[in-house]
Design a protein around this ligand. Structure first.
Ligand code: ZN
Ligand code: ZN
Ligand code: FE
Length: 758
């Protein structure tokens, strides 16, 4: 006989862990108890040594689907002579290390019940169990208990309470457990906020919502982490009307479709993409459109992809049962505002957009957007890491001080570290918007409180004017560590892969503040998670109008042409759409270097080429021109344009001007857009390989990291990977952490955690 104390850390609360332990203990004839504490789960078991051993093995091999075991410590303690096995109340303890699970899509067992007319939760839109349902979005504090979730306001009915108390039930201690008698319900509101009702006692808000969608109306639908705006994706007029009311020119709308088979009707789905679509996180996945699809073209104009997700809440399944091939389900916000998540706020902000509101009374405590992913080089790549992933930790290979990192300005996320775990927040957005900035501050407080972390220092970008930087310096009251933007990108990829040795960092993105006060963005670094050196970069070119250049690609084309020819060559016709006085003023200013900061940005070179090809002269969202250049490119091109590499002091300089000059010649000769765009991508990939070979000669390093927003581009990433691997490099690309600025906070956190400060 022996008694053991077992402490398990990880995601072990709110995922059915205690009933699982209870049943295991019964199976092996063990006595003792199990309880949640603030670190995780604590078990005391007593019995035969052989049975205890089997019990220990089974914990790992049979754990509930949503549980993540990070550590399991067993210790022998004196025998008690206990008789039964008990589940004890949660204990509160000083060392707080618990982890909240992410929100998870409705499980198969619950789905079965949802569509079983004999089940007491038949068609109940809030069905859930310990294996599925809302978590992060409803949690208000720790430990994870109903009283600290937004379900606290609902009193369990007798039937639900019995399940909640029964260790053999799938709903034992399922905190959001509910049914139509005791739990949240749906309501339908008209645009002005008054409830829609009918005399008919059987009036069902859901069927009314479906019939309105069928008629082409726009509905605001309250979901898990916020509101969606929904329309029938097959109805071109409805989609156009939504676009008009939402003031969102061309940014693609996400789609939701009932099942994988239906997705295949309008998009191509590879095996890896199917796995991503079906994963418990249920992200939006970018999928290639089929030429013969029947959906509205205005869902994602000038784009070869649809962003598609499968239903993830019971309500979604009910909506999509059999009525639509797909619904547009786009986050409910006006351009640049955060996603709406509170009822009054939603009715106020969306009143002009939605014809009706399908809402419910389960409060959303933390707004969380849908995650976005694509498959690149046969691996999943998260472009936005949010609902379904947050607040799952990224495991770090090194333990460091506790840091709060506040990220960049666009696509902002924050990151908190605790020991060897980094907790990356949900997507927060563009901090220039006041409401987004408020949500940034709320997220900082909320994450600190549910993770019980008191950071010792705060990490921020070098850019002095970012709102996140100002928050760190002026408001946080913590010792600050400034981390260079591209070093943060490099460190975030190294951290994701647990690489501690130095690597060559190919960091290409839009804009990041450099140590020389210039705008960087086409950088070759050598470094690790602590420090870095810049060893090469794109030649500096003026960025006419500063930030305006990111919105108007013609400005960078003009800058390149002026730098090459001193004037606009006669055969270049792309500036016809620009007002003459504006063109003349910008030309003069650029020549004199007025309001034209120098930049080595690779993103801006994409803009310049997209403009020369006349794909677009103005963009309606960040990175749109670059995305279109990728879309039109012929991926089979392998021949590159001429590019110039030179050595300036200790820097390798890539001068893109000869390449741009050749493109101008090709345009004159009538070479196709697809071919030019393809050769442009191939040139960059060749150039990266050549520069990396030079750096390898100087440093003997053969590990390369590809990071920065430019590497959301699948064509460039795949071409570069192929060339680097053929030249014997080991290449690290992102997968679970975005290569764009959504990953910056993780990089900042690890750099700041390891850096020495007085
Ligand atoms: Zn379930
Ligand atoms: Zn109930
Ligand atoms: Fe960046």
């Amino acid at each position: 006989m022996q008694r053991q104390k077992i402490i398990i850390e990880g995601i072990v609360q709110g995922v059915g862990f205690r009933p699982f332990i209870y049943q295991l203990a019964k199976r092996f004839g063990l006595t003792g108890s199990v309880c949640n504490d603030t670190r995780g789960v604590m078990i005391e078991v007593e019995g035969q040594v052989g049975a205890l051993h089997k019990f220990g093995t089974a914990i790992r091999s049979e754990k509930p689907p949503l549980a993540v075991i990070q550590s399991l410590n067993t210790q022998e303690i004196p025998i008690h002579g206990t008789t039964g096995f008990e589940i004890l109340q949660s204990r509160v303890d000083e060392t707080r290390r618990v982890q909240i699970a992410p929100d998870t899509f409705v499980c198969d067992d619950c789905l079965q019940e949802l569509f079983d007319p004999a089940d007491r939760r038949y068609h109940y839109p809030f069905i859930n169990c310990t294996n599925c349902g809302p978590r992060y979005t409803i949690v208000t504090g720790t430990p994870y208990d109903r009283s600290l979730t937004t379900m606290a306001e609902f009193q369990l009915c007798d039937a639900c309470q019995a399940e909640y108390d029964d260790p053999t039930s799938r709903r034992f201690h399922a905190q959001p457990n509910a049914c139509s008698d005791c739990g949240p319900g749906l309501r339908l509101l008209a645009a002005k906020g008054q409830p829609v009702t009918r005399e008919d006692p059987r009036f069902d808000p859901l069927s009314e919502a479906i019939s309105r969608l069928k008629k082409g109306q726009i509905l605001a639908i309250k979901g898990l982490g916020g509101y969606h705006l929904a329309v029938d994706a097959g109805n071109q007029d409805a989609v156009l009307e939504l676009r008009r009311r939402k003031q969102r020119d061309e940014k693609p709308f996400a789609l939701m479709t009932g099942n994988l088979e239906t997705v295949r009707r309008f998009a191509r789905v590879s095996k890896d993409e199917a796995r991503l679509l079906l994963g418990v996180e249920r992200p939006i996945v970018l999928l290639q459109k089929r030429a013969d699809h029947k959906l509205a073209e205005s869902i994602s104009p000038a784009n070869r992809y649809f962003g598609v997700m499968l239903p993830y809440t019971p309500l979604h399944f009910l909506l999509l049962q059999d009525d639509f091939e797909a619904l547009v389900m786009t986050s409910a916000n006006l351009s640049d505002e955060p996603i709406a998540f509170e009822d009054d706020e939603a009715c106020q902000r969306l009143g002009e957009i939605a014809d009706a509101f399908l809402i419910h009374n389960r409060r959303i405590h933390t707004r969380t957007d849908d995650s976005i992913a694509r498959v690149m080089a046969d691996r999943p790549l998260l472009l936005r890491r949010s609902r379904g992933f947050v607040p799952r930790a990224v495991a770090l290979s090194v333990e460091s001080r506790s840091v709060l990192a506040v990220g960049a300005e666009l696509k902002n996320t924050i990151c908190l570290t605790r020991g060897d775990r980094a907790f990356l927040s949900q997507h927060i957005g563009d901090l220039k918007n006041l409401e987004v900035y408020d949500s940034f501050k709320q997220t900082i407080n909320h994450l600190q409180s549910i993770l019980e972390v008191r950071p010792e220092r705060i990490a921020h970008d070098l850019h002095p004017d970012y709102y996140s930087t100002r928050y760190a310096i002026e408001e946080s009251g913590l010792p600050t560590v400034a981390v260079q933007h591209h070093h943060a990108h490099l460190a975030s990829c190294l951290a994701e892969h647990g690489v501690e040795n130095p690597a060559i960092g190919v960091i290409f993105d839009g804009i990041g503040y450099g140590t020389d006060g210039k705008i960087w963005g086409g950088e070759f670094l050598v470094g690790d998670m602590k420090s870095y050196e810049r060893v090469g970069h794109f030649r500096y070119l003026p960025m006419p109008g500063g930030d305006l250049a990111t919105k108007e690609p013609w400005r960078m084309a003009l800058s390149c042409l002026l730098s090459i020819y001193g004037e606009i060559p006669d055969n270049v016709k792309i500036f016809d759409s620009i007002a003459e006085t504006e063109l003349r003023l910008v030309t003069q200013a650029t020549r004199k270097g007025i309001n034209a900061p120098l930049s080595s940005s690779c993103g801006r070179l994409f803009d310049a080429v997209a403009s020369l090809l006349d794909l677009r002269q103005k963009v309606s969202f960040e990175g749109q021109a670059a995305m279109q250049l990728e879309m039109v490119a012929d991926p089979t091109q392998t021949q590159s344009y001429t590019y110039l590499l030179s050595q300036d002091a200790d820097q390798i300089i890539f001068d893109p001007r000869p390449l741009v000059a050749e493109i101008v010649v090709d345009l004159e000769a009538g070479v196709s857009t697809a071919l030019i765009a393809g050769r442009f991508h191939a040139s960059l990939a060749d150039m990266i390989r050549d520069v990396c070979c030079q750096i390898r000669q100087q440093t003997a390093l053969s590990q390369v990291v590809l990071s920065g927003g430019v590497f959301q581009n699948a064509l460039l990433t795949e071409m570069t990977l192929e060339r680097l691997e053929r030249s014997g490099f080991k290449v690290f690309t992102h997968s679970l952490v975005p290569p764009n600025d959504g990953g910056i906070s993780l990089g900042q956190a690890v750099v700041a955690g390891l850096r020495h400060i007085q």
